[in-house]
Design a protein around this ligand. Sequence first.
Ligand code: G6P
Length: 374
Amino acid sequence: EQINKGNYEHYMQKEIHEQPESLKTTMRGRLIRGGSCKAKTVLLGGLKDHFKTIRRSRRIVFIGCGTSYNAALAARPILDELSGVPVTMEIASDLLDRQGPIYREDTAVFVSQSGETADTLQALEYALENGALCVGITNTVGSAIARHTHCGVHINAGAEIGVASTKAYTSQIVVMAMLALAIGGDTISSQTRREAIIDGLFDLPNKVREVLNLDQEMKDLAKLLIAEQSLLVFGRGYNYATALEGALKVKEVALMHSEGILAGEMKHGPLALVDENLPIIVIATRDSCFSKQQSVIQQLHARKGRVIVMCSKGEAVSVCPGGLGRVIEVPHVEDCLQPVINVVPLQLLAYHLTVLRGYNVDQPRNLAKSVTTQ
Ligand code: G6P
């Protein structure tokens, strides 16, 4: 039943709207909200015999391609914060091109929706040869990456048919947030933080349902942007990955040039592009980077930029003083989970842009769901 489109016109649309349910399935049986004396905790059965080794590793390296790489990047801040082990990121092809360092004392985590991507699979072989502990995070039971890694976690998002990955992305982030919680263990100093994240995870499907109500608003925005040549997305911190992933969705399905830009780098080049025509989405939801993003928005306005701000619900006035520019208001959640919410309007925007521009949503030209050749 997962394989037909139901009431939806396209798989991508169905998969975007399925996210409240796919996230529930991803978390099912893995989050424990303890009784009176038991703490809230995370159970990842596939890794239970390996946590000791993971905690003792010299480094945890996350490896993937495309959307799966972006998901790891979105989880990076919480992995940095909670895991207690230095965390690095590698794009599989780049790791192979450089024959980058992978050591016996490393834990290498392979993130792949299909579990069959050739670059990621080859990077796995390379890490195995170098003696690292290899962990798989895939959506496909029995896939090559699931079979060849030492241990792993299935994201259980259900079959994803649309070439552009949507529900797998949000489930991957949630799995990696749970992984950060599980590796961090039960240190007293981070207990309040951990429990807030677990509460946030329980509530996340409801918040995703809420953000899906922006569908019509995103369709209206797509109508405004339909004939544009280019779209920039600025993010930083927890939402740098959201900027990359939003831009990737727009370019891969709507066939519109789009770049995700680290807002901290704006003054080192991208600022030269700003004029009254180029649309720029700035992600400025409430977190520790908020005031820096406010200043980015001011600088863009000072250069007459065409700014669209994504902000937390009720904060339109603080991001757009004087009502300048358009605003996308999203529900506020725990900072490390905010990327799961913030990507949804961008997925909807990419979807509607594609339909309005008359392109193939589920099979974009030149792309494949699973790239099994190098
Ligand atoms: C292809 C797909 C992308 C996907 C990437 C990685 O390029 O078109 O949507 O993100 O491969 O795929 P994986 O199955 O390894 O997550």
